[in-house]
Ligand binder design. Structure first.
Ligand SMILES: [Fe+2]
Length: 325
């Protein structure tokens, strides 16, 4: 294994068998400084299926306090979509009451604690929203999907491409959206990841072990690639990103794995394809071409294709079963 001697050497161990897909930014103290100094390079690298490492995410909040918090495993991916950020106080006309259904009230059973954590989360998320708009100024339709607060230990989840909704076919609306994903380590320890080939590279490399016909549906395809185990033996770069550093990568199209991590904020945003610097790089628009280029026929019915593999287990499930968890 060659360790490249640059400023990122502490963070990244590159595998020479793979293209170097990292863009490591120099530390800046505000999102505006990153935006001014890097301009469109950030969105361009993202759309090219690269991995952007942000050495310091300039968000102010009570980091020390959060490094003492842990959510139970059943709250592993709780986020704004679950009401994590909404006020813990509910107003009915002129009456203010504690919202007993708020996930933080239910978790802590303590109003002061729930209110403090909620306020910190809301502040962090607000800074992140503003910051992302600065880092991706062309994405005018950028909208939030979810910001999850993963204050739960993750150990070896299996190399994968992100899958949603159990690997069901995507709706035309979801296929029209470009996904922006950001991962920020808020733990005291570095978060350790492996990253590997992107989807078009995987389709080429795995041509001989995959069916000759594959669906033009990213979600179904990613789920089946995982179930067929073709990602298990892929070479990988290693990344260890420290406290308050972040990784920006389109995890639906770049293979990745959390090897170890305890506390992270993961933000998922979406924007219209037309806002991309290069809409032809839109994952869902490009997939048919990637399949053709790698020599696959396109399966006509994505749902029927998914049903064929429905009973197979995914890598994460296999790992958990092997661990007995
Ligand atoms: Fe993932």
């Amino acid at each position: 294994m060659t360790v490249v001697s640059d400023k990122a050497a502490e963070l990244i161990e590159r595998d020479p068998a793979l293209p170097d897909h990292f863009l490591v930014l120099e530390r800046r103290e505000s999102f505006g400084d990153y935006a001014r100094d890097y301009g469109d390079t950030i969105a361009e690298h993202y759309e090219n299926r690269g991995v952007i490492v942000v050495p310091h995410v300039p968000i102010r909040f009570d980091l020390k306090f959060f490094q003492g918090l842990e959510f139970p495993p059943e709250m592993k991916k709780i986020g704004t979509a679950n009401g994590l950020e909404r006020s813990v106080v509910r107003r009915d006309d002129r009456k203010l009451t504690v919202d007993a259904e708020h996930p933080l009230v239910a978790l802590f059973g303590n109003m002061s604690m729930a209110a403090y954590v909620q306020a910190q989360i809301a502040s962090f998320d607000g800074q992140l929203r503003t910051g992302l708009a600065q880092l991706f100024p062309h994405y005018c339709s950028l909208a939030e999907g979810n910001i999850t607060w993963r204050l739960t230990e993750t150990v070896q989840e299996g190399l994968h491409l992100d899958v949603f909704d159990g690997g069901r076919p995507l709706s035309p609306h979801l296929k029209s959206l470009h996904r922006v994903k950001v991962f920020i380590n808020i733990d005291a320890e570095p978060r350790r990841w492996r990253t590997s080939r992107d989807l078009p590279q995987l389709l080429g490399t795995c041509r001989d072990v995959l069916p000759a016909e594959l669906p033009d549906d990213l979600n179904v395809l990613n789920d089946v690639l995982d179930k067929l185990g073709v990602l298990e033996d892929q070479p990988c770069h290693k990344v260890a990103y420290p406290t308050m550093s972040g990784v920006i990568v389109n995890a639906e199209v770049v293979a990745h794995e959390v090897v170890y991590g305890k506390r992270m904020v993961a933000a998922e945003f979406i924007c219209g394809r037309h806002d991309m610097l290069d809409p032809t790089r839109h994952t869902h628009a490009a997939l048919a071409g990637w399949l053709k280029q790698a020599g696959y026929r396109t399966a006509s019915d994505a749902a029927a294709f998914a049903a064929r593999y429905a009973k197979l287990r995914g890598s994460y499930q296999k790992i958990r079963e092997a661990r007995g968890t």
